[in-house]
Design a protein around this ligand. Sequence first.
Ligand code: CMC
Length: 431
Amino acid sequence: MVANTLTIRDNRTGREVEFPIESGTEGPSVVDIARFHKEFGLFTLDPGFRSTASCQSKITFIDGDAGILLYRGYPIEQLAEKSNFPEVCYLLLEGELPNQEQYTRFVRTVTNHTMLHEQILNFFKGYRRDAHPMAIMVGVVGALSAFYHDSLDVHNPRHREISAFRLISKIPTIAAASYKYSIGQPFVYPDNSKGYVENFLYMLFSVPCAKFTISPVLVRALEQILILHADHEQNASTSTVRLAGSSQANPFAAASAGISALWGPAHGGANEAVLAMLHEIGSVERVGEYLKRAKDPKDTFRLMGFGHRVYKNYDPRARILKQAAHEVLAELGRGDDPLFRLALELERIAQEDDYFVTRKLYPNVDFYSGIIQSAIGIPINMFTVIFAVARMVGWVSQWKEMIEYGEGIGRPRQLYVGPARRDYRPVAERL
Ligand code: CMC
């Protein structure tokens, strides 16, 4: 028996095979079962990837039991407090924090690519005004591949770099345009004298007929939201980007697939669902009724913004955003905001409830982010779009890592439980 291996015995034949155990820098080790099928003629089955690592990665680490989140080794709390979004983008993409010169060059490049090809604006006009902005995002981001032919060769490192810059630079412009279109206001071109986050808010909220001003507290709160959502290891949308990109599809197509996966209420769409839920509950008196529903296995209602596949402790991002919500509402003179009070009360009651305690269901990142975004003036149907803006850098970093690692096409196997082989019968002979 060799140390750092796991022996698996096939009880049907008595055959034993050792598989190597590989350790990472943090977190549980993994058993490398790439040879499993060759050795035993069996596949492994793990729907939902509850025990399966799909790749090696150097980007993000989560310790769900301890409530820890690291980007390239740096704790999320330190980045949220001391860093800014462009610097976090550089860190995720390049693996290290930039020195002053690298930072200046990075910010200059991102800033110089914020505009969209003018023709892309026509895409927005093809949508119904009441289209969900995420529907527009899926289409327009995918359509970028029809405009930037000079950066589509995924095997060319320079092309990959240019595509990465284009996606990170243009995603706020696309997001803001999807909002402007839905409310019938003119598109606002980026103002490259502003920082990344302020520019985004400017494109969202300014109109040609009025001077635009915004409190730095609100800019900082949105910056923190972007930092906290920038990456989260192999979640559903990131895995989708990796899988789509593994076929060597271009990065714009892969990013569009990621936006689609993010949209669902079990993932990025939860922030929208949290606010809808808070509005529906309406008052503290009705919390009990909704908690009862959340606990009823026959009821499909779940407490939105609660629970996480990986965090079995307080989501560290939720803690930071709870504090940020206090600061934003105080800045706006709305410290006793009824929705915020309701959210705090809901959290308090749930945290004393045996159902939530035993299942380790704590507030996740979405629980407080919607309250902050609402206070900033961002409409509910834009919440998931904001998430997509933030996560773009994570998707791009993970996609680049996957291509550079040379993983090859992703192709899960299955346990087939459909009909066994049978012969076709002409319609007249069928019962
Ligand atoms: N409300 C009520 N019960 C819940 C909830 C909830 N929000 N979340 C989990 N449970 C129950 C679940 O029914 C199960 O109960 P039982 O053991 O009796 O069958 C138990 O808790 C364990 O669930 P789990 O296996 O840990 O949950 P999961 O990994 O399948 O799902 C989740 C994780 C995030 C999809 C789920 O917690 C959920 O639907 N939460 C609400 C939606 C939400 O807030 N999503 C945002 C996730 S964070 C943003 C992101 O990273 O994308």
